[in-house]
Design a protein around this ligand. Sequence first.
Ligand SMILES: [Fe+2]
Ligand SMILES: [Fe+2]
Length: 282
Amino acid sequence: MNVDRNELVESLGGETAVANMSHEQRADALEDFQIDKLNAEVAARKKSGKFPTVAELEARVTTRTWRLGSGKLFRPGDQMGSFEGAGNGPQVKLLPKLPKNPTFYDYFEHRIAPGTHLLQSAALAKGRGESEEIILACLLHDIGGSLMKADHGYWGASLIEPYVSERVTFAVRYHQALRFFPDPEVGYEYPVGYYESFGIDYVPPAHIQDAHNYARNHKWYGLARSVTINDLYAFNPNINPDINDFRDIIDKHFRHPADGLGYDNSPAAHMWRSMANPDAPL
Ligand SMILES: [Fe+2]
Ligand SMILES: [Fe+2]
């Protein structure tokens, strides 16, 4: 997506305001601006009914130098997984080394940040008075996408399973399937953005339908559904959360291994190591 510099600066309150922002704040603002623009584009197209079909999306596959399902850490330039583009944007950047015995905070800062979508979703859940476990699930719900966007709910659940409660893992795993299925009783609608990313005539495959049916009849359905309800795709300029806003909840509900994430021989360790060192040739 093209970014109009003047429009971006204007939206942030002018040149002086931008000059006073830190590098991280600017990176955040750019991401937010892109989400905002994306939402506006999608809304406009929905009005005019111009969404791609599944076949049209498939025809775009060979126009890219990377695959849509690849994790954010493994793709060039595009951090938002936008739907257009030939992948000829900026090269991947050199990542800082993680400290010894890396914690979730280290991964968040150096591999996931700015993570605006996660922080805003968690902040929304907090503002609604959700339980600490739901707030944590919202904060973690899309981290799988750093490693692998395809089936990101399952990747995310596998990453966190050894360190959080079964309920938090359940919520993260099943939010992926539940996002495709409206639940009018709790005010959850099919995301308009999915018409753009999956195609206007997309039908979720059998395993996603099965996962939805399973979760819907599960005693923890409400947890996973809450993640989808707080899954904030529209940028909210009134919410500017920081990872430190959730430190109490993380410290209470995320059991950090003494040897660090990736180095504790857990079933998820190799996945964390792949995020620590995505440049490993094998
Ligand atoms: Fe998600
Ligand atoms: Fe999300």
